[in-house]
Write a new protein. Structure first.
Length: 314
């Protein structure tokens, strides 16, 4: 007789962990600290769940996810929007920590999402530096926009803050490069990706940190994961417009900027873009197709460990 599969949902807040098991009324709540994580880990080791699902909560989930993974427990970290859509589809409109944990457990049982690799300590440090660089970049943009309309009395302060942020940006970028060079594996992947015309250091770093699956998936899977795969919107005889949505926004934003550059300096992407535009495709549609093509090329390069060569991808 087959052993019944066990699915667990964990709703994570800054202070607490709410734990639910699918098709069971048993609930647990622990504090989201070292002691609570230890209790949760011991509990789940006894349960031996087939899968634990939790939402991405801006980093509050990381310590628990990393600890569970270290103890051999399968963990999937899910986009919160996917879970809310699932809750609405199953008639769960109310929202409390306990209900959210139950919905996550149900989601785990019904969907069985693929566990995502949990970053090691080195990757988490890289991720923290990259996140800080994004924050600095956003603050720089805001301050430069303010400078255009600022009154004379505050302009000097804004300029001083911009100068400070620009120094911090240099430090963040230097820190990213130093961290990558310290890791032989990350350095090899980075150098491989950087060999592609149009692919800069920020896209390389973003892919290494925010898309660790790159090189392990097929082209359809990696395109869907990032959110550059066209999705059907058909019903009956109606054929809706194919659109892209969802996926990992941080990767997609950085990939977009890199693709803009690649349409000018990468012979493969440039030729593909010109051909699509000549065929009557809107520029935005052509650019999205180029994003997908560039991502597929990068995925293939990591799969086979081969550097860029025009002949290979023409």
């Amino acid at each position: 007789m087959n052993k019944e599969r066990v699915y667990v949902g964990i709703d994570i807040a800054k202070a607490n962990l709410e734990i639910a098991v699918y098709a069971s009324e048993t609930r647990w709540q622990f504090s989201n600290d070292e002691e609570g994580i230890s209790h949760t880990t011991e509990l789940l080791k006894e349960l031996s769940p087939n899968l634990v699902v939790m939402e991405a909560t801006g980093g509050y989930e990381t310590p628990l996810a990393y600890t569970l993974k270290a103890h051999g427990i399968a963990v999937a970290i899910i986009n919160p929007r996917e879970v809310r859509d699932f809750a609405k589809a199953t008639g769960k409109l109310a929202k409390t920590d306990t209900l959210d944990a139950k919905v996550l457990a149900h989601f785990a049982a019904a969907i069985e999402p693929e566990p995502r690799p949990i970053s090691d300590e080195e990757s988490q440090e890289l991720g923290a530096i990259l996140a800080r660089r994004r924050q600095i970049s956003e603050m720089l943009t805001m301050e430069k926009n303010r400078l255009h309309t600022a009154r004379k009395i505050v302009r000097a302060r804004i300029k001083a803050h911009i100068a400070y942020l620009e120094k911090e940006m240099v430090k963040a970028e230097t820190g990213l490069q130093n961290k990558i060079q310290e890791s032989p594996i990350e350095r090899a992947k980075y150098n491989l990706l950087r060999s592609v015309p149009g692919v800069g250091p920020i896209l390389c770093t973003t892919l290494l940190i925010d898309l660790p699956e790159l090189g392990t998936l097929n082209k359809k899977q990696v395109a869907a994961l990032v959110g550059v795969a066209p999705l059907n919107r058909d019903s009956g005889t109606l054929r809706g417009k194919r659109t892209v949505w969802g996926g990992r926004a941080t990767v997609r934003r950085t990939l977009y900027m890199a693709t803009l550059v690649a349409t000018r300096c990468n012979p493969v992407i440039k030729t593909f873009y010109v051909r699509l535009c000549a065929a009557g495709k809107a520029k935005k549609v052509a650019l999205t197709a180029c994003m997908r093509k560039l991502l597929v090329i990068l995925n293939a390069m990591l799969q086979h460990g081969t550097p860029w060569a025009y002949a290979s991808f023409a």
